[in-house]
Design a protein around this ligand. Structure first.
Ligand SMILES: CC(C)(COP(=O)(O)OP(=O)(O)OC[C@H]1O[C@@H](n2cnc3c(N)ncnc32)[C@H](O)[C@@H]1OP(=O)(O)O)[C@@H](O)C(=O)NCCC(=O)NCCS
Length: 169
């Protein structure tokens, strides 16, 4: 590869420089799975604002580091109550957990993002779909959908009785 003077030819140096990943040159994160799943096929977080973000701590998990389902349910209830109380313009109470699926385990240190959307409203009730994604604590930014749930909240008055949802303009 070296020329008769012992130096590398210019063409070889240009070839080496051209091997630098384009992403790195522009400060974009390189694909951490170059031989695995292409980046375009990896799960991404939804392109919308999430209701809640939280990192489970050791006290939220069993001795193996698996986060308690009950802790996740509590966070889902909090996340769902945010759009529900906004729609109710005030206090709400959880009347039902209609469905709840733990699709993948959650570990201490995961960054959890809770997305909460209104899927139905009635006279006094608001039904919310909550989807939870985990970003695993590792260099490879793996995103996993861990939980899907649907909950119904009821707008309540100061006596904790159901009250009608305010009309939308
Ligand atoms: C929530 C609560 C005030 C509702 O009072 P209620 O007298 O049972 O109310 P109603 O029967 O009039 O139902 C109110 C609404 O809830 C809905 N609802 C009642 N039970 C439901 C169920 N199992 N699943 C889905 N929706 C339900 C009704 O369809 C109704 O909706 P709509 O007005 O939009 O049609 C009362 O049940 C309560 O205080 N529950 C305890 C709440 C609580 O402590 N939650 C846990 C901590 S937040």
């Amino acid at each position: 590869m070296r020329d008769p003077t012992g130096r590398f030819p210019v063409q070889f140096l240009i070839f080496l420089l051209s091997q630098k990943p384009a992403d790195a040159a522009f400060g974009v994160r390189a694909n951490p799975f170059p031989l695995g799943v292409p980046m375009s096929d990896q799960l991404q977080l939804p392109q919308k604002s999430c209701a809640l973000r939280v990192v489970p701590q050791p006290s939220d998990a069993n001795v193996h580091g698996d986060v308690f389902g009950g802790w996740i349910m509590a966070q889902v209830d909090i996340a769902g109550s945010i759009p529900a109380s906004r729609r109710a313009n005030g206090r709400v109470a959880t009347v039902a957990v209609n469905s709840f699926v733990f699709k993948q385990p959650v570990f201490v240190g995961d960054l959890l993002s809770f997305y909460a959307d209104i899927v139905k409203t009635g006279n006094t009730s608001v039904t919310i779909e909550v989807t939870v994604y985990a970003q695993r604590m590792s260099l490879a930014e793996e995103v996993v959908k861990v939980t899907e749930a649907t909950l119904t909240y009821v707008a309540t008055d100061s006596d904790r009785r159901p009250r009608a949802l305010p009309a939308l303009d």
